[in-house]
Design a protein around this ligand. Structure first.
Ligand SMILES: [Zn+2]
Length: 140
């Protein structure tokens, strides 16, 4: 699970002197270890605000921001954090969900099927996201 790249993530990363990847990882660790969000595919593609456990208090959110290095938390920091999009670690460009190949075309590249096995490589693959249903075509 990680946070999708956005201008909120990049401006907060600059503010606390981290790379976007470091900030994303640190925020997710803080949120999960405090049990403010759970790692659930249903959260992928949603704003953090919609993923927070309903009992999350404002001080929980302030503590998370304190621990990534924002000591003087302003409402803009809370707004930026809560508008960040949670995505998975998979291939889907929209939600980070796992994608599976549903169609592909292959080209023969070698082997005779008798002495050596036939060899093929894919020319293109169509994949669908198991979480949000997005389809992508990957050309080789
Ligand atoms: Zn998806």
């Amino acid at each position: 699970m990680r946070i999708q790249e956005s201008k909120e993530l990049s401006s907060m990363a600059k503010f606390v002197n981290m790379t976007e990847d470091q900030l994303s990882e640190t925020l997710i660790n803080e949120l999960v270890s405090r049990e403010l969000i759970c790692d659930d595919e249903a959260n992928y593609g949603s704003e953090l605000l919609d993923c927070l456990e309903p009992d999350t208090s404002v001080s929980d959110v302030v503590n998370v921001l304190n621990n990534v290095g924002i000591k003087d938390v302003k409402s803009k920091h809370i707004n930026h954090l809560l508008s960040m999009i949670i995505i998975g670690d998979g291939e889907c460009p929209d939600c980070g969900g796992e994608m599976e190949t549903i169609d592909a075309d292959y080209r023969y590249t070698g082997g005779d099927g008798y002495l050596t096995p036939l060899e093929y490589e894919s020319i293109w693959e169509e994949k669908v996201c198991r979480n949000c249903g997005k389809k992508i075509i990957i050309e080789k």
